[in-house]
Design a protein around this ligand. Structure first.
Ligand code: C5P
Length: 403
């Protein structure tokens, strides 16, 4: 099978979908005609494609078009089961590596966000164990409407990948945001949606915390945030819905990542607990171990000396790992010596399935890192590489452990 060259916002991507089983859902909108081209490209890329159409989609394009392009009968009704046991909605969704709904109408997104199962396609989506990507297509006012945006927020939080829409001239004659992405652009985004963390929610902390002494002074740790941001990027690339709780940094938010800015360890703890449940929690932040008991509300005047009364900060990672329904917890240990010994004891103490160890002097503020992963299977060294490469290796390892 030849690779397809597809262009997306970051350039040309080579897409090979050999052996991927993709369930293409088509809902009712004029962009349904473009789904025929998408189906053709998926098949050309090597995917095995089954097409499920809603009733409204069949008013725009005949099922026969998709049958000819996919080489398989189109799934059109919840009620005409081919499997013999009436469980077609379960079998079909279990069999897929990815469900891709393109175009996804405003109505379908609303039904998906509510978890409705009132036709074959919505039922397949609800019964799935694989990733789900949607390519919205609708009039610009429908796209901008508050209920649609609320539904999208819910879908993103549920781990659904939202591809597009694009801006431009619309079938209704108006111009704005709401056009379905071009089939080649959707195809270019697919490796991400079918990645190892598709459908997973990943919560990450990054950067330092800042503990105020008074309005102009504070205690903090050395941390650029680069590793945590790289991990957030790698997790989003692998298809996860990523929430990044970040202490003060100068870094740009990676594409597709939802970021919550915090300052102190207490703020970070509050944001993390509010974002649970999640499938995995990766604590990369260099949280200050102590804070000043009562920060002064006015600047403390210099008077020859200053005495600070410090109290310990909550250990966010240990607290999350001890929850009854704890996510898969990943900790970081930056040590200055005896890395393996300190890392293993930290992993046991905080009851972590996975801990990433590094020597602080080799990593802090740098663009490269040398890491060692510690888990129940032993030690896995990740030889020095740039932080994004290390982040992708870590995410691959995590995806393996999660599965
Ligand atoms: O015990 P230590 O601070 O070395 O543990 C480091 C790990 O614990 C890191 O993953 C860090 O993000 C997390 N941590 C935390 N809350 C703290 C201290 C550390 O989540 N107060």
């Amino acid at each position: 099978m030849w690779p397809l060259l597809c262009k997306n916002s970051v350039g040309i991507v080579i897409v090979s979908l050999t052996h991927k089983k993709i369930l293409l859902g088509v809902t009712g909108g004029i962009a349904a005609y473009k789904a025929a081209e998408l189906c053709r490209l998926l098949v050309k890329g090597g995917a095995e494609v089954r097409v499920a159409m809603t009733d409204a989609a069949q008013r725009f394009v005949a099922p026969l078009t998709f049958q000819a392009l996919s080489g398989k009968p189109v799934l059109a009704s919840l009620w005409d089961s081919a499997s013999g046991d009436g469980m077609e909605h379960i079998h079909l969704s279990r069999d897929a590596d990815l469900i891709l709904v393109a175009p996804a109408s405003a109505d379908f997104l609303a039904r998906l966000a509510q978890g409705r199962a009132d036709d074959l396609l919505s039922t397949l989506c609800l019964a799935r164990t694989c990733g789900l990507a949607v390519a919205p297509a609708m009039n610009r006012e429908m796209w901008a409407a508050a209920p649609t945006q609320r539904n999208l927020e819910q879908l993103r939080a549920d781990g659904v990948s939202v591809l597009g829409p694009a801006a431009g001239e619309q079938a209704c004659g108006e111009t704005g945001l709401g056009r379905m992405l071009e089939p080649a652009e959707i195809l270019a985004a697919l490796p991400m949606c079918a990645g190892g963390l598709a459908g997973k929610r990943i919560l990450i902390t990054a950067g330092p915390t800042f503990e105020p002494i008074d309005p102009v002074r504070g205690l903090t740790n050395l941390s650029s945030g680069k590793m945590g941001y790289a991990i957030a990027q790698a997790a989003a690339e692998a298809g996860a819905a990523v929430c990044l709780v970040s202490g003060p940094t100068c870094l740009a938010t990676p594409a597709g990542v939802r970021r919550i800015d915090v300052r102190s360890a207490a703020d970070m703890r509050g944001a993390v607990l509010a974002e649970l449940p999640s499938d995995a929690f990766i604590a990369v932040a260099a949280v200050a171990d102590y804070r000043v008991d009562h920060a002064a509300t006015q600047k403390i005047k210099k008077s020859g000396g200053m005495t600070l009364h410090l109290v310990p900060n909550p250990d966010i990672l240990a607290e999350v790992a001890a929850l009854p329904d704890a996510p898969f917890c990943v900790g970081f240990a930056a040590e200055t010596e005896r890395l393996a010994e300190h890392a293993e004891s930290k992993r046991l103490k905080k009851k972590l399935p996975l801990l990433v160890g590094n020597l602080a002097q080799d990593t802090l503020g740098q663009d490269t890192a040398e890491l060692v992963l510690f888990d129940d299977r032993g030690r896995h060294p990740l030889p020095r590489a740039d932080k994004l490469t290390q982040a992708r290796r870590l995410i691959d390892h995590l995806a393996d452990l999660l599965h």
